[in-house]
Structures are given as structure tokens and as C-alpha cells.
Design a protein around this ligand. Structure first.
Ligand code: BF8
Length: 663
């Protein structure tokens, strides 16, 4: 990479708060309105340097114990410092790291459990409004559970799948069923390393036990339990959430959608759905079309009802219904600052408490709907899955009734972009191979012949400590320019949508010639939107499908593949990253790494894990360095497979070829 180009990818100290123009407009509006946003609070509150490096232990009340890194200790003339109980910096860093995995795995998996409960009730016909939509996928999941699908009718199969799925959370012994979807070689690795998860809840609880004061005090042993817990998330709770959602609501197929705050409409009732679980948002989408509610909106002078999403709920309803996306994580407050959001309906995860304070400055109703996630002062309207549609109608009615309370001074940025979403791994299969010969063969062949250099999963959050969206967009543009096909989910996917990277025409304008050629032939964008954060399990399935197709090694760790979360923020991102690593994928975080305070633990995660699991962690200061490291890893894997020279042949012109042949 040229030095000039690299400079544009380095973070400057005076980095802008966001590279999203719509967000920038609203950050200024909020400031002018006297409203505090996350951007302003981040400037006022500097992060604790010891906590950020994972070296602060507050697991008992003798502390908190702050253990500076060896570099910082040297500056103070100290050699070694331990906690009051004697815990070393390695123990503290590993404990904090695996607790983050447990937190993230809990969030994904408790979401999955909620879906499994509703799924079972729907299969039994107990809850009107939910039904099994994708029977093909139901049968596939039934076979994973060893159910003979010829023996039972669809209803019986649904009930059995629901019961067996739910039992995966409480499984005490044996192996998690879904993890057997991994390539056989991967499963052998997990057995050899003794990290094959038992039940989902069991691994999370054991992690919390082991990290209690005075239990597991061997950092390697702690990381091993973290690995087991992360696999239980990716190949368990998250994968079951994705599969059961697809069966209930339909497996996504490519759909065109709109991205950014410009999707809001001044003359309509605007309802934002924000959070993660599609149980609620699916019903809100239906309720908003109810003629009675549309008539109510019209009686207030509104021209209609617009639903738009924020965060992962947005990805879910975009993929299945084409509902527009208003923005990603750092845009939740800004959406309210437009002054046209009549209600923000939230359920769980990634919901900032500050939205209630911001809403106080406008007219927006913040409506919490889950007993698991309330906000002090906000309106709570419990969403009852057993009476789903009526429940959703009541919530939508409250939003519509708030339309006449608008305060004026509205501002909707004139920014929106189109994009294609909904690339489930089944869709990729179909798009590449066609309906009658659905197959990953064309993908594998194009990786082998070098048109596609490799695959990258770019996922995860926004983080106010770096320019909003900058990490995602800069990294992804660099990857596709270098012929790396990008799979994306979560807030990264939304950033791509806002930047126009999810359009097929992006291949011609931004991708390298090899990748562009494949995308144009198949009719796909070079960046494939695969859904929400629980849908990172789709990336695991796609990686497994590539291995099973053949020609690119026997295990996921053989494939020219890398993962990244350039703007990571949440515990869920740590769990996702670690199950990528545990699945054999080189995975890189942007800006900071949560064990940075301990050189020993970090070296274990960055280097030694490769020996055990085939995958390992890394960190990069900026997206330029991140792209370089990911491409170098992909090239190493190509070399190991013996397909590095094949790639060179594709890119060489005739005179270079002649020279080669002569040599
Ligand atoms: O689960 S990417 S900020 S919204 S945690 Fe949250 Fe991160 Fe966004 Fe979805 Ni995922």
C-alpha cells in the first residue's frame, strides 16, 4: 500500500466524530438544541486507562485492585504488582476477558431462548400470529436433532424441534448438537482441546463461577473456559436464534432497502424500532398496516405511518420486509433529535439510557416493551407474545397518538442510500449455483483461481472512541479493492448500506478486477449483508459450506478467511470474536484490545491459540493496518493451500506471462 494512501486510513487526533454526513448534521442540531449526546459525553469522560486494558479487578470488595501493565510499572520503578488476594495481572486480565465473553454469550443466547420458547408455543398452535413459515429449514434442523422426518407430520416435527432446541440451554453433559454442523476436522480440534461445549447455560454459569474471587487462577485454564462459552454462543445460542427465527419468519432472500436518517418522513407518523428481538418488530410491522391505525394517523393529519429500524432489529426487519434502516448504534439519539420520531420502541441490548433524556427535549415517546429491559421514567408497555398482534397494535397506537405533540423545529437530513440485504448462507448457495444446482462450488473455484483473493467477515458495533463508521467503511473499501469478498452483519452492515457499498454496481466502482468480474457475473454486491449480530452464525455456516465444498482444505482454519470488528464496543463483540477464533478464524479488533494490560495473556490469545485452535486474535491501530494484516493472513492461507501462484497468473498481463514462461 502506498504511504499516501495509508495516511488516509490512519486515525488523526482531531478525527471527526462521524464520517456520516446525516449524523454530523444532527450532532450539530442536538448541540444547538442544548441536548447532550454520546459524542459530547465521550469528550468529557476520558476512559480509565487501567480498566480499558483489562487490568482492574473488582470481583470482590477488598479492591478494586488496579494492576498497571509491566510498561507502566517500569515507569514507576516497580517490578510486579498483584491484587490484595495475590491475583496476578494474568489472572485478572483473563478473568475480565472471559467475563466479557460470558456477558456477550448471555445476551445472544437469552435472545435465542426467547425465540425458542415462542417457537415451541407457535408449533403447538398456542399463540396466534406466529407460525412456521420455512418448513424446508424446519426439516433440516429436525435432522440435526436426529428426528426422523418421515415418521411425523409438520406440527409434530415443529414441537419436537422446539423442545429439543430449548433443551440445549439446559444440557448438562455431552455435546451441543448444533456444534456438530462444524466441519469434522473442527469438531476433532474442539474435542482434542476439551472445549466442545455442553449446555449453553452451563458454560456461561461455569464461567461466572470460575471468575469469582478465589476460583480459577490459571489464565490458560480461564481462556479455555472462555473458548467453550464462546462456542456455545456462536454454534449454540446464536445459531439456534438465527435458525428458529428463519423458520418462524422466513429465511431472508435478497431485498432492496434504504439506509440512513433520511428515511424518516416529516408528514408521517415515524416509529423507530430499536433493539434486537424480531418477535416484537415483526408484529409492529404488521400492526402499522392496520387500517384502523392508519385511519387514526390520518385523523391527526399524518399522511401515513413510517416504520424504521435502528441497530440489529433494523437488520432483521429489513431482511425480511424491506423496512428502511434509520441508522446504527451511534445514531439512536440523533434519530430523536430530528424532532419527527413519535415513538422509539425498544426491547433489549444496545439501547442507551440517554435516549430517555434526549426524548425529554423533543416529543418522542420512549416505549420499553421487555420485562428484561426497562428505563427509569420511560413508558413501559409489555409486549405479550401470547397476544402479539393486539399488544403491538396498542404500542403503535401510543405512537400515533403522540403525533400531534410535535414541537416544531424538525430537521431530517436529506441523506439516504439504497442497498441490497438478506444474504443468508442458503441464498449465497443459490445465487452462486442456481436453483437446481445450488452450490458453493463457483465461490471455491474463484478463490482457487484467484479472482477472489479470500473472504472477510467485517462485523460489529460503532464506538464513540473512533470516528463513527470510519473504521468499517475504510477497511471494507480496502478489502474489496484487493479482491476480498466481504460478509457483514450488525452495525457494520448498516454503515455499508449508508455508504452505498451494498449495491451490485459497487463492484465496478470499488472492487478489484477479479472480485468485480465474479460479482458482475453472479449479480451480487462485493459486500454481502448477512443480518444482525446473532446472524454471525450465518458466517460460520458459510465458512463450513466452503470447507465442505472441497478444494480449500479440511477445516475452517485452512480457508483464506479473516474476521474483523473495527469499531467494536460491546461484550457481544468479544464473544463473537472469540467464537470466530475458536472456529479457526484469524480475528482482529480495531483500536484497543481488552487484555492489553497483560503481555502474557495477550501473547496467548494472539499467538499460542493458533497452535491449539488454528485461529488467533490480533489488534490494529487503524483500518489501513487492519486491512494489511487481514490480507497478509489471507495470502498466507493461499500459500499454504498452494493456490498463491494461481492468483498471480490471473493478474499478470501477457508480457509478464511470457516472461514467466520463458523463465
Ligand atoms: O448486536 S453491532 S452496537 S446493535 S452489539 Fe449493538 Fe454492536 Fe450494533 Fe446489534 Ni451487535
Amino acid at each position: 500500500m502506498q504511504e499516501k494512501e495509508r495516511k488516509g486510513m490512519k486515525r488523526k487526533d482531531d478525527h471527526p466524530k462521524t464520517v456520516c454526513e446525516a449524523s454530523d448534521e444532527l450532532i450539530r442540531k442536538a448541540a444547538a438544541d442544548g441536548v447532550s449526546t454520546v459524542f459530547e459525553r465521550a469528550e468529557a469522560m476520558k476512559p480509565c486507562s487501567i480498566g480499558a486494558e483489562g487490568s482492574c479487578c473488582k470481583n470482590c470488595s477488598m479492591g478494586p485492585c488496579r494492576l498497571p501493565s509491566s510498561g507502566k510499572l517500569k515507569e514507576n520503578g516497580e517490578k510486579r504488582r498483584v491484587g490484595i488476594c495475590g491475583a496476578t495481572i494474568e489472572t485478572v486480565a483473563a478473568r475480565n476477558f472471559v467475563r466479557m465473553i460470558a456477558g456477550g454469550a448471555s445476551a445472544h443466547s437469552d435472545h435465542g431462548r426467547g425465540i425458542a420458547e415462542v417457537f415451541l408455543a407457535a408449533a403447538k398452535g398456542e399463540i396466534p400470529g406466529y407460525e412456521i413459515k420455512d418448513t424446508q429449514k424446519l426439516f433440516e434442523l429436525a435432522m440435526d436433532f436426529g428426528i426422523d422426518i418421515d415418521e411425523f407430520d409438520t406440527r409434530e416435527i415443529g414441537i419436537k424441534v422446539g423442545e429439543l432446541s430449548l433443551s440445549e440451554w439446559g444440557r448438562q453433559e455431552g455435546e451441543l448438537v448444533m456444534a456438530r454442523r462444524a466441519p469434522l476436522r473442527r469438531q476433532e480440534v474442539w474435542r482434542k482441546q476439551n472445549v466442545f461445549p455442553r449446555g449453553i447455560d452451563r458454560e456461561i454459569v461455569e464461567t461466572m463461577h470460575r471468575t469469582h474471587m478465589g476460583v480459577d487462577q490459571d489464565y490458560k485454564n480461564l481462556i479455555t473456559q472462555g473458548t467453550r462459552t464462546a462456542i456455545a454462543d456462536g454454534w449454540g445460542g446464536s445459531m439456534l436464534a438465527t435458525e428458529l427465527q428463519d423458520i418462524l419468519f422466513g429465511t431472508p432472500v435478497p431485498v432492496r432497502g434504504s439506509f440512513n436518517l433520511g428515511v424518516l418522513k416529516e408528514e408521517e407518523v415515524n416509529i423507530i424500532i430499536h433493539g434486537h428481538e424480531p418477535l416484537l418488530s415483526e408484529m409492529v410491522v404488521v400492526a402499522a398496516q392496520d387500517p384502523e391505525l392508519v385511519a387514526l394517523a390520518s385523523s391527526y393529519g399524518a399522511k401515513g405511518i413510517t416504520i424504521a429500524g435502528i441497530c440489529c432489529t433494523a437488520n432483521e426487519v429489513l431482511m425480511r420486509h424491506g423496512i428502511p434502516i434509520a441508522g446504527n448504534f451511534l445514531q439512536q439519539e440523533l434519530a430523536i433529535a430530528t424532532g419527527v420520531v413519535d415513538a422509539m420502541i425498544v426491547d433489549v441490548q444496545c439501547i442507551m439510557q440517554s435516549i430517555f433524556d434526549v426524548a425529554q427535549c423533543y416529543h418522542t415517546n420512549i416505549i420499553t416493551t421487555s420485562p428484561k429491559g426497562k428505563i427509569a421514567g420511560a413508558k413501559s408497555m409489555r409486549f405479550d407474545e401470547h397476544n402479539a398482534l393486539e399488544s403491538a397494535k396498542g404500542i403503535v397506537r401510543a405512537a400515533v397518538d403522540n403525533y400531534p405533540n410535535r414541537l416544531g423545529g424538525a430537521k431530517i437530513p436529506n441523506k439516504r442510500c439504497e442497498g441490497i440485504a438478506g444474504f443468508s448462507h442458503e441464498t449465497i448457495d443459490y445465487m452462486l449455483g442456481g436453483m437446481f444446482r445450488a452450490s458453493y462450488r463457483p465461490l471455491n473455484d474463484n478463490i482457487i483461481n484467484g479472482r477472489i483473493r479470500g473472504i472477510a467477515g467485517v462485523v460489529g458495533c460503532n464506538n464513540v472512541r473512533t470516528s463513527h463508521d470510519w473504521g468499517h467503511i475504510t477497511l471494507i473499501k480496502e478489502l474489496i479493492k484487493n479482491d476480498v469478498l466481504v460478509l457483514t452483519t450488525g452495525c457494520a452492515a448498516i454503515a455499508c448500506g449508508k455508504e452505498g457499498l451494498l449495491l451490485p454496481e459497487t463492484a465496478a466502482s470499488h472492487a478489484g478486477s477479479g472480485l468485480a468480474e465474479v460479482c458482475e457475473a453472479v449479480g451480487i454486491p462485493p459486500v454481502l449483508h448477512m443480518g444482525s449480530c446473532v446472524d454471525n452464525s450465518r458466517i460460520l455456516m458459510a465458512a463450513s459450506a466452503v470447507v465442505k465444498e472441497g478444494g480449500l482444505g479440511d477445516d475452517i482454519c485452512d480457508v483464506p478467511l479473516a474476521g474483523a470488528a473495527p469499531e467494536w464496543m460491546s461484550e457481544k463483540a468479544v464473544s463473537i470474536g472469540h467464537y470466530f477464533v475458536a472456529s479457526g478464524i484469524y480475528t482482529i479488533f480495531g483500536r484497543s484490545f481488552p487484555t492489553a494490560g497483560s503481555d502474557v495473556v495477550t501473547a496467548h490469545l494472539f499467538r499460542e491459540l493458533e497452535e491449539e485452535l488454528g485461529g488467533m486474535w490480533d489488534v490494529a491501530r487503524d483500518p489501513g493496518e487492519m486491512a494489511e494484516k487481514m490480507i497478509a493472513h489471507i495470502d498466507r492461507k493461499r500459500k499454504a493451500l498452494g493456490i498463491d501462484r494461481a492468483r498471480e497468473r490471473v493478474l499478470y498481463d501477457m508480457s509478464m506471462r511470457r516472461e514467466l514462461e520463458a523463465g
